[in-house]
Ligand binder design. Sequence first.
Ligand SMILES: C=CC1=C(C)c2cc3[nH]c(cc4nc(cc5[nH]c(cc1n2)c(C)c5CCC(=O)O)C(CCC(=O)O)=C4C)c(C)c3C=C
Ligand SMILES: [Fe+2]
Ligand SMILES: [Fe+2]
Length: 328
Amino acid sequence: MPAHASTADASAAADTAVVLVNLGTPDAPNTAAVRRYLSEFLHDHRVVDLSRWLWCPLLHFAILPLRSGKVAHKYASIWLPEGSPLAVHTRRLAEAVQRELPQARVLHAMRYGQPSWKQLLAGLREQGVRRVLALPLYPQYSTSTTASVGDVLQAATGLETRLLHDYHADPAWVGAVADSIHRHRQHHGEGEHLLFSFHGLPQRFADAGDPYPRQCEAGARAIAHALGLSDGAWSLSYQSRFGRERWLEPATSDTLDALAARGVRKVDVVAPGFAVDCLETLEEVAIMLAADFAARGGELRYIPCLNDSPAHASALAGIARRELDAWT
Ligand SMILES: C=CC1=C(C)c2cc3[nH]c(cc4nc(cc5[nH]c(cc1n2)c(C)c5CCC(=O)O)C(CCC(=O)O)=C4C)c(C)c3C=C
Ligand SMILES: [Fe+2]
Ligand SMILES: [Fe+2]
């Protein structure tokens, strides 16, 4: 805690925890660790809502054996000396938010893998924590992500709890993303087109009322507006498709193909659905999709996530402060 924190701040900090909760990531870039992680993730009913009789055999006998090795290779291509990018950036982001929020204990946890969200909650009461505000690191609400963080929070006993629903329209967050795009374009030159690429979701979820695609659209529009972009200068697409059913469209790969076919040579891609860089941004977009676009004669310039930037920490601290003020 910083030296300038008051005594009132200090006692609130002791009994109030703000937890940044992210998806999770493997402990190591090898087949065994990836298999453990994928097994926990893909057993969550919020993520895959198929009948267990159908899904479990498919998962254990086909998906985990076939996918784990391949995905481990992908993780190896982006692994940092300190660990998985998602884990490293999430930890640093929590440290940066703590510096901005001395009135609470700021922690981080993962819905799948380590540090475990379930285990963290179980230990907090013994450490004198009374109130827990969960900030899922998903700007847009989805039942597959945010609600799953909420399931674990609801099961916690002996704690007063709150869950942030989403922050896709928060002005400080919109401003931070717009500013990061603006600065990247100033430094690296401006592409002919800006593509907002969000993680996909089965279309079935949206049909059942999941607000995710609406929030992606509203957030992208607000960011484009803050940048002063005309309608034709940007578009939105969905990446990271999984399985055979229909997912949200258009797919990022199809949109990039269409842009290349239209003669667009320089595309800037930003992924504001991801709070921090991870496999899906660094490997799928910045390596694989960039190589595909280069093979069609173009240049894809990836704009990094907000990660632990001061503007990101300040936006999240502001959101947390507002939630805590409304609580008392
Ligand atoms: C049915 C499967 C999946 C749904 C639904 C889904 C939704 C969803 N995911 C994110 C954010 C991330 N997903 C990441 C990795 C990832 N996602 C899936 C599947 C679904 N995601 C898988 C199987 C994986 C693992 C990699 C792979 O096997 O391809 C990550 C990155 C994790 C990392 O370690 O870096 C993030 C972040 C959102 C926001 C979302 C719903 C909107
Ligand atoms: Fe199973
Ligand atoms: Fe995912």
